[in-house]
Design a protein around this ligand. Structure first.
Ligand SMILES: Nc1nc2c(c(=O)[nH]1)N[C@H]1C(S)=C(S)[C@@H](COP(=O)(O)O)O[C@H]1N2
Ligand SMILES: [Mo]
Length: 363
């Protein structure tokens, strides 16, 4: 498989390269190894020479900066953060069962993965540049040119200044303790924990401190939640809702949909992610369509920005059984039951209850 990915990845495209891991591979631990971590690209992977690389900081700052990788590593304190990335298109396949979504890939539950990221805090670099008083947003511009965008342009996006200065956002050069793999944004990428993956811009080259959000296609036109009857091909600048903070979500990782199991006590496992600055408070599992629920046990909490793996033992009756789950966040928001009311023309933010069917045989 390309880019050192495991052989059993689901391939959504080779150019641009887009792959997601199988459920059982995600279930193996809090951190996802580089061979298993999903990849979401919108253009060809740029191969940047680390010694030539510079980060330009411009816009509403008191002093422009041009930083080499050496500058980043030596002039600022480095830190490590465990953070889950989740694409806004995660679980789109479920929305496509409601109504077709032409031109977008049917991502399953694997457009999300977790790693330890090492780098410098964005706020420290912004402080070094001196943010101007009328600054409200920080724009990131990357090296890869996307022909999906109209007009073709480099990938980019922005986050509000309040998020940018919150301390969690990193300019990262390492993933799980080793240099970033090329396909994940080497030499330096942004990590915006709790926000849709699109804001974690890879192959970062430029930052602009602005009064307004980025005009980049992937901020102003794509990665926006359009109303159901909008024509995505005619969507323009600023249409729909801008996507930032992730909504509470979860999925079942084992058993797999369609598995045969023994009737009786069955272990169900999955992941749950609260998004932005919220945590996962509870996960429930049901084998009767949500009439009765069993509370899952939450796995280790690796800091405020990592998903929680969970497991529950439920009593599965013989026959064809649907297993469903729902996560609650610390703001007491729960996942919605159905996908139909969530359908949107680009297929973003499917956070409905996950459902799988198993065939349970009497022992
Ligand atoms: N430069 C650049 N950054 C990017 C993208 C891209 O296509 N180009 N894709 C974004 C999207 S939509 C997601 S979900 C994440 C995926 O990160 P990963 O490929 O490391 O998993 O990267 C984001 N950063
Ligand atoms: Mo994404």
């Amino acid at each position: 498989m390309l880019w050192g990915k495991r052989a059993d990845m689901t391939i959504h495209g080779t150019e641009p390269f887009n792959v997601e891991p199988p459920r059982r591979a995600l279930a193996r631990g809090i951190r996802t190894d580089a061979a298993t971590f999903y990849v979401r690209n919108h253009g060809p992977v740029p191969e940047l020479e680390p010694s030539q690389w510079r980060l330009r900081v411009r816009g509403r700052v008191r002093g422009a900066l041009d930083l080499s990788l050496h500058d980043l590593r030596t002039r600022f304190c480095s830190r490590a953060v465990v953070a889950t990335l989740q694409c806004a298109g995660n679980r789109r396949a479920g929305l496509m069962r409601v109504r077709d979504i032409p031109g977008e890939a049917p991502w399953g539950p694997g457009a999300t993965s977790t790693a330890t990221w090492t780098g410098v805090r964005l706020v420290d670099v912004l402080d070094a540049a001196g943010v101007g008083e009328d600054a409200r947003h920080v724009e990131f511009v990357a090296a890869d040119v996307s022909h999906i965008a109209t007009p073709a342009q480099r990938f980019g996006g922005s986050i509000p200044l309040s998020k940018a200065t919150g301390g969690a956002v990193l300019l990262a050069w390492a993933m799980n303790g080793v240099d970033l793999p090329t396909v994940h944004g080497a030499p330096v990428r942004v990590i915006v924990p709790g926000y849709v993956g699109a804001r974690s811009v890879k192959w970062l080259e430029e930052m602009n401190v602005r009064r307004d959000p980025s005009d980049n296609y992937f901020q102003a036109t794509a990665y926006r939640l359009l109303p159901p009857e909008a024509d995505p091909d005619r969507a323009g600048h600023g249409d729909g809702l801008s996507l930032g903070p992730i909504a509470v979500n979860s999925d079942i990782l084992a058993p797999e949909d369609g598995d045969s199991v023994h009737a009786g006590p069955t272990v169900v496992t999955g992941y749950a992610l609260a998004g932005d600055d919220r945590g996962i408070a509870r996960v429930d599992v049901s084998v009767d369509g949500g009439r009765r629920w069993t509370q899952a046990e939450l796995g280790e909490q690796s800091g405020p920005w990592a998903w929680r793996l969970w497991h529950a033992t439920v009593e599965v009756p013989p026959g064809l059984v649907e297993i469903t789950a729902r996560a609650w966040d610390t703001a007491a928001a729960a996942q919605p039951e159905h996908e139909a009311p969530l359908w949107n023309p680009k297929g973003y933010v499917n956070n409905a209850w996950p459902r799988i069917q198993v065939m349970a045989h009497s022992r």
